[in-house]
Structures are given as C-alpha cells and as structure tokens.
Design a protein around this ligand. Structure first.
Ligand SMILES: Nc1ncnc2c1ncn2[C@@H]1O[C@H](COP(=O)(O)OP(=O)(O)OP(=O)(O)O)[C@@H](O)[C@H]1O
Length: 600
C-alpha cells in the first residue's frame, strides 16, 4: 500500500468548508481595506441606533412624564436629526464600499479563470462543455458577490452591534438584558442548521444551472441540424424539462432562505413579546422584579431597542444563503479547475487560442504516467514572443502509444518516427488510421499513453487541424489571431499564398468580410485555407497540416501546394493527406498502419 496515502487521511467536510472560507477570504485580500471600512460603517450605523433610542426615550420622558416644555427639546430633536442623517450616510458608504470591493474581486476572477483554462491546455478544454465553462466565469463568479456585499458587512454588525445594545439594556433593566441574552443563542443555532441545507441546495442549483447552460449552448449551435432532422419538438421538451428541474431547485433554495428568515422572525418576535409583557405587567404593578420603579422613558428605550437588537442577526440570516451560495460556487469552480490542474500537469500543450499550439517545455519536463519523461532536462523555455520562428526542430518518436481520452483502445502503439530538422513527411493511409491523432499529439493536444515524443521546445509549432476553428469576425481578424501586428500587405501575402484571395477577392468586403462563428459563411475548403494562411503568419519552425488541400479543385490545389512547398523550405513539415499531389511535396511518405499493425 502507498505509505503516503495511508499517512494522509481524507479531508473532512468541515475542513473543506474551512479551507474554502479561507479561500474566499484570500480572494478578498486585495480589497480587504475597503471591506473593513464597509464593515466599520455598518457597525457605526448600528451603534448610533442606541443613541437614537436613548434620545427619543429621554425626550418622551421629559415631555410626557416630567411636564417639560416641548419647545425646549430642540437640542434632542436636532441631535436625533443629525444621527438619522449620519446613519443614512454610513449605510450608503457601507454599500458603496462593499459593492466596489465585490466588483473588483469578480473582475479579477474573470481574468484569472480564462487564463487558468488556457493554461490547462487543449486536452482539458476539449473535454469541457463550452456552456459549462462560460457559466463558471459568469453565474458562478456572480454568486460570490452576495458574500462580500451582504454577508461580510452583516457579520461585522452581528459581532459588534448587539453587544453594545445588550450592555445598554443591562444598564437600564437587568430582566430585559437577560431576556435578550437568553434568546440570542437560539438564533445562530437555527441559522446554522438551515444554512447547511442551503449550502447543499445552492450547490445543486448551481450545478443544474451550469448543466442547463451547457445543454442550451450545444443545442443553439446545432439548431440547423435539429430542424433538419425534425427534432425541434423533442429538443424543446428536453430544454423544458431541464428548465423545470432548475426551477424546482431554485425554489428549494428560496424556500430554505425564507425558512431561515421565518425562524429568526419567530424568535425575535417571541423575545420582543416577552419584554413587552414584562414591561406591561411591571407598569400595572403585577410583577415587582425591579428595585427602582420603571419609568416611561426606560420602558420605551427597552421597547425601541429590543427589535433592533435582532435586526443585525436578521440581516445576517438574510445574507446567510449568500455565504452558502458563494461556498457552493467556489466548490464548483474548484472542482472544474482542480480537475484542470490535474489535467494540465498531464498535458504537454500550451494553447495560444487560435488553433495553433506550441510546445510547453515545463509540462514536457514533468514526470509522465508510467514514469516516462517526454523531454530531457535542461531544455530551454519556449515563448511565442521570442521574436523569430525559433529553431527548425527534429521530431523523434520512440514506442509511442496514442489513445483518445475516454477511449478504450490505442490508435497507435509502439510507434517510432524520425524527422531531421527541415525534413518533411507526408502521412498517408486509410481513413481512421490515426493521421490526425498523430498530428494532435505532435501539436501537444494529446499526451502519449506510452513512449517518448521529442521536439525541441525552442521550436515554434503551427498546426492547422482538420476542422479549424474560426471566430466570429472578419477574415482579417481571424488571420491576425496568428500575428496581431501584421500589416495589410503581410496579411494579403499570406492570404495569397494560402489561396484565400481566390475567394476573398469576390467577397463584398474582401478580407474584411465578416464570417460567423466556426467559419459560418465559408465552405470547408475556404475555412481550411484561412487556417493555412494563419499558419503562414505564425512563422513557425514546425508545420503540422491536416489535409490542407481537401475539398480543393486541382487548379487551386496545385497553386496552394506550390506556395506551400516554397514556404516550407527550411522548416520541418508534417502533413496528413489523401492527395497524391500533396504527398509529393514532402521528402517522403509514411503509410500509416491501421491500428495495431506495424508501419510499412
Ligand atoms: N476524440 C476522439 N475520441 C475517441 N476516438 C477518436 C477521437 N478522434 C478520433 N478517434 C478515433 O481515432 C481513430 C483515428 O482517427 P484519426 O482522425 O486520427 O484518423 P485519420 O487517419 O486522420 O482519418 P481521416 O483520414 O479520415 O482524417 C479513429 O478510429 C477515430 O474513430
């Protein structure tokens, strides 16, 4: 048995919650000052309430009991007005400060999350639902807001305000103080019970929301296909059922939130009623628990204070499900990114966002499953912004086995390959033999299940996959993804070489024509040519091209291949193709074996 596993017990749920709370607090560390100021404003406003109640009671006692002149009470009334204004100002300040802090925390998280997703690499991203990922950065991050704007200021109030009120109550009447003191602990106890349920319900609701987001995004993408196959009604039913499930879960969360408020209201009302009863019976002389007689002012002060004593706790209860929601959201984020961290440790690719990938030396240097290392130590770091294309690499594979995530069979086993720097190779063979899979592995999108794959990390890699991803925007925007600083002339030259101009010249706005998501509005062959032009702009030392001439007429193919052969000179080129003409531009062809057959 693994000793390290035996020695480390699994974390308890309470440890996990405590760790997550610490993480929430850590998120707040850049704006801790603002949050503290927000809490201080809320506390000060609460304290001023005691003074407000005392002034009202004093004025009433003087005018109604001691027969004082109402006109002479103006200093007390002025002080009351000033306190009211100060409390309003403090309340506003607390809200503004907490809002600002929460906005900063959310925007920082929204920057960090995509960065970590990109860092996770292509294999991880491809395993996710895009709708789920966008929910993570949208709804889940928003779910943290209430913790900072509502829960934290309310918690500060609960810690400081009732204590002062309790001291004030004890100072005027011990019985009232005792009633407040004895009923107080019941409230946090019941809140905690309800809060645990709320946290689990929030987690389930957020999960349902993410699932529904993913489901909806998938269906939107395939809307044309759904109509074509007459599946509209069935899909509507599916979406309806998902929405209904979400509604039920949302109502459950709301029910729990209302339940916690109802519990609090009940105890607060009982406590105020007991105090009112005690005061009434004392005035009637039916009970004598005080040493001194009870004045109207004292009774009024206690009656004004009693409901306010519970107000901070009521506020905290109202925001308690915000804390539960934030913990649940953080758990969802951690679960996704925790898996991402594990996956990025296993992944060898860095995704630069445009369908090209570059080698990640750090990841390559990490120990791999089955104890292998894919790259030796001492390799230099590769960065996309090193200036030139980096070196032209050799490509060496030894005993490589490739298997897609979730699949139970290897596409390639015991595969060896040697390509010298500047060499070129055409991968040919029947459909499904693994040409694309091999290119994916060379691009770092797929980690070998076994064996060693070695490409000098200082080399820059450009990869045009079989189904290139084009973004909504102009063709020029899509090209500039590979080189944002490229001028018009450079863009045009790359487009000419990739034969993009053959069709772009006839488009209404040329290269500035806007295409839809995933290249909508372009044919399959046109989209691939845009991807090839992107490869040209990337100026890489290793070119990986998956069927660059598929769907092309012989004329366009010939022109494209001529430009490609000239561009590839001095670079290492590997292309997968079914075209004999395309295979001829490479130094040699490798007929890929069908799975489990040795290479010919
Ligand atoms: N994401 C995936 N998950 C599981 N299996 C996959 C995945 N992608 C491809 N495969 C399987 O891997 C095998 C090799 O596929 P690959 O796309 O590499 O073949 P290919 O030689 O490029 O085919 P073609 O010439 O049709 O492009 C096929 O059996 C395919 O079904």
């Amino acid at each position: 048995m693994d000793q390290s596993l035996a020695a480390e017990p699994l974390p308890q749920p309470s440890d996990i919650r405590a760790r997550r709370l610490r993480r929430l607090d850590a998120l707040a560390s850049p704006v801790r000052g603002r949050l503290r100021a927000a809490g201080a404003c809320a506390v000060l406003a609460g304290w001023l309430l005691v003074a407000q109640a005392a002034l009202i009671a004093l004025a009433v006692q003087r005018v109604l009991v001691e027969g004082g002149d109402p006109a002479a009470q103006w200093p007390a009334l002025t002080a009351l007005a000033a306190i009211g204004a100060a409390r309003a100002l403090l309340g506003w300040g607390a809200r503004e400060l907490a809002d600002e802090a929460a906005t900063r925390i959310r925007s920082e998280l929204r920057t960090v999350l995509p960065r970590r997703m990109f860092a996770a690499g292509v294999p991880w991203i491809r395993g996710q639902r895009s709708g789920g990922l966008s929910e993570l950065a949208a709804t889940h991050v928003d779910a943290l807001e209430g913790y900072f704007t509502g829960y934290l200021p309310a918690r500060a109030e609960v810690l400081a305000v009732p204590a002062l009120m309790l001291a004030a109550a004890f100072s005027v009447d011990v019985v009232v103080g005792l009633v407040l003191l004895l009923t107080m602990p019941l409230i946090p106890f019941f809140m905690m019970l309800v809060g645990w349920g709320a946290e689990a319900a929030s987690r389930r609701q957020l999960r349902a929301l993410a699932r529904m987001g993913g489901h909806f995004a998938d269906r939107l993408r395939g809307l044309g296909l759904i109509r074509l196959y007459g599946r509209g009604e069935a899909e509507l039913e599916g979406i309806g059922a998902a929405a209904e499930a979400l509604r039920v879960r949302t109502l459950k969360v709301l029910r729990l939130a209302f339940l916690s408020s109802a519990v609090l209201e009940f105890f607060a009302s009982v406590s105020v009623a007991v105090i009112a009863l005690y005061l009434g019976l004392s005035y009637l002389g039916m009970i004598e628990l005080r040493t001194a007689p009870l004045t109207l002012g004292t009774g009024l002060f206690c009656l004004l204070l009693a409901p306010e004593f519970f107000a901070p706790m009521r506020k905290l209860a109202a925001h308690y499900h915000d804390r539960a929601g934030a913990l649940a959201a953080l758990e969802e984020i951690d679960t996704a990114l925790g898996a991402q961290a594990a996956s990025s440790a296993a992944s060898s690719s860095r995704f630069d966002g445009d369908g090209t990938a570059m080698a990640d030396p750090q990841a390559r240097g990490r120990p791999r499953s089955r104890g292998e290392h894919r790259a030796g130590p001492g390799m230099r770091a590769n960065r996309a912004d090193t200036g030139g294309r980096g070196l032209t690499p050799a490509v060496v594979l030894r005993g490589v086995a490739l298997r897609h995530a979730g699949s139970d069979r290897d596409v390639l086993v015991g595969f060896d390959l040697d390509i010298p720097p500047g060499g070129s190779l055409a991968l040919v063979g029947p459909s499904g033999c693994g040409k694309s899979t091999l290119l994916e592995a060379l691009a770092g999108w797929l980690s070998p299940a076994a064996g060693t794959l070695r490409i000098e990390p200082a080399a820059r890699i450009a990869y045009a996959p079989q189904r290139p991803h084009l973004f909504h925007g102009s063709i020029a925007d899509n090209l500039r993804l590979a080189k944002p600083e490229a001028g018009d002339a450079e863009l045009r030259a790359a487009a000419e070489a990739a034969q993009v101009m053959r069709f772009a010249a006839h488009l209404p706005a040329g290269l500035d024509t806007v295409i839809g998501e995933r290249g909508f509005g372009l044919s399959g062959g046109e989209a691939r040519r845009v991807a090839l032009a992107r490869v040209y702009l990337r100026d890489a030392g290793l070119l990986l091209l998956d069927e660059p001439t598929a769907f092309l007429d012989p004329d366009t193919e010939a022109a494209l291949l001529e430009a490609l052969a000239s561009y590839a000179r001095g670079r290492t080129l590997i292309l997968a193709t079914h075209s004999a003409a395309a295979a001829r531009i490479a130094d040699r062809s490798l007929v890929m074996p069908a799975a489990h057959e040795p290479p010919r």
